[in-house]
Design a protein around this ligand. Structure first.
Ligand code: HEM
Length: 524
């Protein structure tokens, strides 16, 4: 019998026996194997969630007892719903991905992104539970490139008592009035100089120009290094290092990940030099001046031992990551939203000019508490953070089966607690796409305000830089609006892979009031 003309994946060249030649078997075998491997997670997900007629009754009951895996679609094999997720991220409304599924399946739904089963929560109460756990139920889940670059013991990925201890230690320092008193002067100096330089330029790309300033402030807080040659090298190495945070996780000479790991080594070496010098001159009598001091002194009382310099240098480099990108983005977007909302800007100018006049009359310099007492300015900052969604949610992995509000999150699955969905939910915020700083006068103090507003996360991993960030933005806005005016060119926000201005927010700055001020360039 002859094979049909189309039979065989590779047609037998001559008279090899029917049905197929050895190449056909090889290729068919390969395809079956590949399909098997690729389909496995998808099939597993289907099976895990389906209630088959002949399914194990005991397991079925157990599932009922524990709640149900949320509804949703797992999309295509392997790629799941990744393409749609990314496409929405690139659009002007990244929350569309969530909104569409929320209307189909409810506030908590399942999906599959890059072959990973994920439960996405757009429910503020579920998010609260995910954030609040103590590291024994949910652990941070980052892409492989990030875990490689952070290392196993990074402050961003460790769990349990060690994380709690470090978090408390660093948080207490960053919130301390001693730091805020001291750092206010440094922030003012950087802001005043930066803004003065902007007024000299024909066009300022806020997103780029602001980065230098926020990095300098961050490094001052972490290790007291002042602007200069070392700072410039540190910044260059850091930029090289973070380029690898989102990349293909392949590590050999020439790859992005490899270059970033090398930059991290050089960065740690530079920081270590500062740490070792500090170790020699260390006293414990005066309050800690920076995070290096805090970490070196840790354990001084109870264990009578300082942390080794390797450990401290590693932590300092890791702490540059969460502060470096978020701060400039928050300030850039504040400028953007104010440019688009002249009424809010006028109110902001009024409040800040009023404080400036008062301080001048009293002949006092600003205290950090003055900046933080400006209620409309704080409203502007909250509204910016709500709409900006710089960290649009946090990813966690479940260490065991967990039930929240009747939803089962199975062991091994990822959960995305979506902050952006809550921040842009019209049932929570009326006209969520409208920049309305006045809304915070209505919201503040209401029952759900804290769980529905989480730009800094919450629970065990609540951002320890929260208060410092707000202080820094307040100082920046104060000096911007009391001394300068600006016109912004057309630009739009993009949200993927991180929040950015498409054209880096070009503005033209003009000096409106260089008269006497509690702060002047000469002070610095
Ligand atoms: C507008 C600015 C900022 C935003 C929106 C922001 C947001 C966040 C969020 C959402 C988290 C929680 C991540 C999670 O739960 O996995 C976080 C954690 C963290 N942030 Fe910030 N952050 C900002 C500025 C800063 C600054 C200036 C610093 C440093 C001085 C900082 C240091 C940290 C650290 C160390 C963590 C990890 C805490 C832990 O896991 O224990 N952040 N931040």
């Amino acid at each position: 019998m002859q094979p049909p003309a189309s039979a065989g994946l590779f047609r037998s060249p001559e008279n090899l026996p029917w049905p197929y030649n050895y190449m056909d078997y090889l290729v068919a075998g390969f395809l079956v194997l590949t399909a098997g491997i690729l389909l496995r997670p998808w099939l597993w997900l289907r099976l895990r969630n389906s209630k088959t007629k002949d399914g194990d009754e005991e397991e079925d009951n157990e599932e009922k007892k524990k709640g149900m895996i949320p509804n949703g679609s797992l999309g295509w094999p392997v790629i799941g719903e990744t393409l749609n997720f990314i496409a929405c991220g690139y659009s002007s409304r990244p929350v569309t991905f969530m909104d569409k599924r929320k209307s189909l399946y409810g506030k908590v739904f399942k999906t599959n992104i890059i072959g990973t089963p994920i439960i996405i929560s757009t429910d503020a109460e579920v998010n609260k539970v995910v954030l609040q756990n103590h590291g024994n139920t949910f652990v941070p889940a980052y892409p492989k490139s990030i875990t490689e670059l952070l290392g196993e013991n990074s402050i961003l990925s460790i769990n349990g008592p060690h994380q709690k201890r470090l978090h408390t230690l660093i948080g207490a320092f960053l919130r301390s009035p001693h730091l805020k008193d001291r750092i206010t002067r440094d922030i003012e100096a950087s802001v005043v100089l930066t803004l003065a330089s902007w007024a000299q330029l024909p066009l300022v790309h806020v997103q780029d120009e602001i980065k230098k300033m926020t990095f300098e402030i961050l490094v001052k807080v972490l290790m007291s290094t002042s602007p200069g040659e070392d700072m410039n090298i540190l910044k260059l190495e850091f930029e090289e290092f973070i380029k690898g945070l989102i990349c293909i996780p392949i590590k050999f000479p020439g790859t992005r990940l490899y270059k970033s790991l090398k930059a991290k080594e050089r960065l740690i070496k530079m920081v270590k030099k500062v740490v070792e010098e500090r170790q020699v001159a260390m006293t414990t009598t005066s309050p800690a001046n920076d995070v290096v001091d805090v970490l070196l002194r840790d354990g001084g009382d109870s264990e009578k031992q300082s942390q080794p310099s390797d450990f401290v240098s590693g932590k300092i480099v890791e702490m540059m990551i969460p502060g470096e990108e978020t701060m400039p983005t928050a300030m850039t977007l504040a400028v953007k939203f104010l440019s688009d909302n002249p009424v809010a800007l006028a109110k902001l100018v009024e409040e800040n000019m009023e404080m400036k006049r008062r301080k001048l009359e009293l002949g006092e310099e600003y205290k950090w508490t003055d900046y933080m007492s400006l209620s409309f300015t704080q409203n502007v900052i909250n509204e910016t953070l709500r709409m900006a969604n710089i960290i649009n949610g946090v990813w966690r992995k479940a260490l065991k089966d967990v039930e929240i509000k009747g939803y089962l999150i199975p062991k091994g699955w990822c959960v995305l607690a979506s902050f952006i969905s809550v921040h842009m939910d019209e049932d929570i915020y009326d006209n969520p796409y409208q920049f309305d700083p006045w809304r915070w006068d209505r919201i503040n103090g209401s029952a759900n305000s804290s769980i529905c507003f989480t730009p800094f996360g919450g629970g065990q991993r609540l951002c320890p830089g929260l208060e410092l960030s707000k202080l820094e933005i307040s100082i920046f806005l104060h000096h911007l609006v009391t001394r300068y005016s600006w016109t912004a060119e057309e630009d739009e926000i993009v949200s993927f892979p991180t929040v950015k201005m498409k054209r880096r927010l070009p503005i033209r700055v003009a000096t409106v009031d260089d008269s006497a001020s509690p702060i002047s360039l000469e002070d610095h």
